[in-house]
Design a protein around this ligand. Structure first.
Ligand code: NAD
Length: 365
């Protein structure tokens, strides 16, 4: 059996799904590990580094994997190299486009969509959404800091005192928490908001302030449904408007799986920001948390720059590939024994969107 990775073809994709470190682990499963020439080059992994670990390097046409490991949905030219009955594993981008399913099915192949892995403790070591979101959250703060005309920490100098930057993070999941930690390390004052009240403790443990939207007495302890009443949402908007206006850097990370990202920052809120302020929208690819953000672009209005962050983890290709490839190796260990594929594990079943040429997934209503 042969496991392979090709060079990713998407223009801004620099990651690779197998790193030299995971070649040995995969080989021990009784398989041959093959990489396309130059597959890891953009992530800092040379062909020689793979060969040293026992991988074979070849041209795309000779890749011929039974199991193709990929970062994003592979294009037709890569799918065409997979052996009959083979399987493709990657982040297939089903949230925004499911054309890949038809492309895989018509070739009689199978596919595993990593974005469908359950968020359970057992699946944690395979969770590429988390490993990549964490790096994206870190990078978002660096991108924002780089565009600011001011420094992040307090600095007392002979020329006077420079006050710390004020950073606001909206959405305190995996990416948001890493953004908070990074901004704190740089010395900024940080505030954060999330609709999940459980996020409060995590935010505070990182030394940031959690923005609390006051609940009516009638809303009691604020069960999630009650907390989404129109009055609550109005209070939430008012609080965010006030805090956005005070921020030098706003990082937004709010997502809802398989839905359009919630709009948290309106055009009017951006207009009320100080010239020179920066907004980094990590949800730009799924519709944007910020009005006016465009994926892959920096839009300027009234001196405020809005970065439509797209695929930020790919801008840290070495570590992003390392964590992605380790997540994948953990998953492959569940699927391969003595050089043979077994697709019976519950985590594999939960992610198997095409099985032997048959599509078995449809978009959640
Ligand atoms: P995500 O990327 O889907 O969303 C990011 C954050 O945006 C979430 O915290 C969400 O609550 C928040 N959000 C959504 N709508 C919002 C709104 N209108 N306003 C403000 N915030 C909003 O989520 P994620 O970061 O992948 O994970 C979220 C949670 O799941 C975290 O608690 C995380 O610890 C947990 N998780 C568990 C596992 C596991 O157990 N294996 C793995 C990953 C994540």
């Amino acid at each position: 059996m042969r496991i392979a990775a090709a060079r990713e073809r998407k223009h801004d994709e620099r990651r690779v799904a197998i790193v030299p470190d995971t070649v040995g682990r995969l080989s021990r499963l009784g398989v041959e590990v093959v990489l396309e020439h130059g597959a890891g080059a953009a992530a800092g992994f040379s062909d020689a580094a793979y060969a040293e670990q026992g991988a074979t390097l070849t041209d795309l046409a000779a890749l011929a994997p039974d199991l193709l490991l990929a970062i994003g949905p592979p294009p037709g030219e890569v799918l065409d190299t997979v052996r009959p009955g083979g399987l493709v594993v990657g982040l297939l981008g089903l949230a925004t486009d499911d054309a890949i399913l038809e492309a895989v099915a018509k070739r009689g192949l199978g596919a595993i969509a990593l974005e469908l892995l359950p968020r359970t403790s057992r699946a944690q070591s395979m969770d590429v959404l988390s490993s990549q979101a964490s790096l994206a959250g870190y990078k978002a703060v660096l991108v924002g800091a780089n565009l600011l005309g001011r420094i992040m920490p307090l600095q007392m100098t002979a020329a006077g005192t420079l006050t710390p930057a004020q950073v606001l993070v909206l959405g305190a999941g995996v990416a948001g928490l890493q953004a908070i930690a990074t901004a704190r390390r740089l010395g900024a004052r940080v505030e954060a908001f999330d609709v999940r009240r459980a996020a409060r403790e995590e935010v505070e443990s990182l030394g940031a302030r959690f923005l609390e939207v006051p609940l009516d007495a009638a809303e009691g302890e604020g069960g999630y449904a009650a907390a989404q009443s129109e009055e609550y949402l109005e209070r939430q908007r008012a609080l965010l408007a006030e805090r956005v206006a005070e921020a030098d850097l706003v990082v937004t990370t709010a997502q809802i799986p398989f839905r359009q990202a919630p709009r948290l920052v309106s055009g009017a809120m951006v207009e009320a920001m100080r010239p020179g302020a920066v907004v980094v929208d990590l949800a730009a690819d799924t519709g944007g948390n910020v009005e006016g953000s465009r994926p892959g672009e920096i839009v300027e209005t009234n001196g405020v720059r809005i970065v439509g962050a797209s695929n930020l983890a790919a801008e840290l290709p070495t570590h992003a590939s390392q964590t992605f490839a380790r997540n994948l190796a953990n998953l492959v260990e569940l699927m391969v024994t003595d050089g043979e594929l077994h697709l019976d594990d519950e985590l594999v079943r939960a992610t198997l969107v095409v099985d032997g040429g048959e599509i078995r997934w449809s978009r959640p209503a």
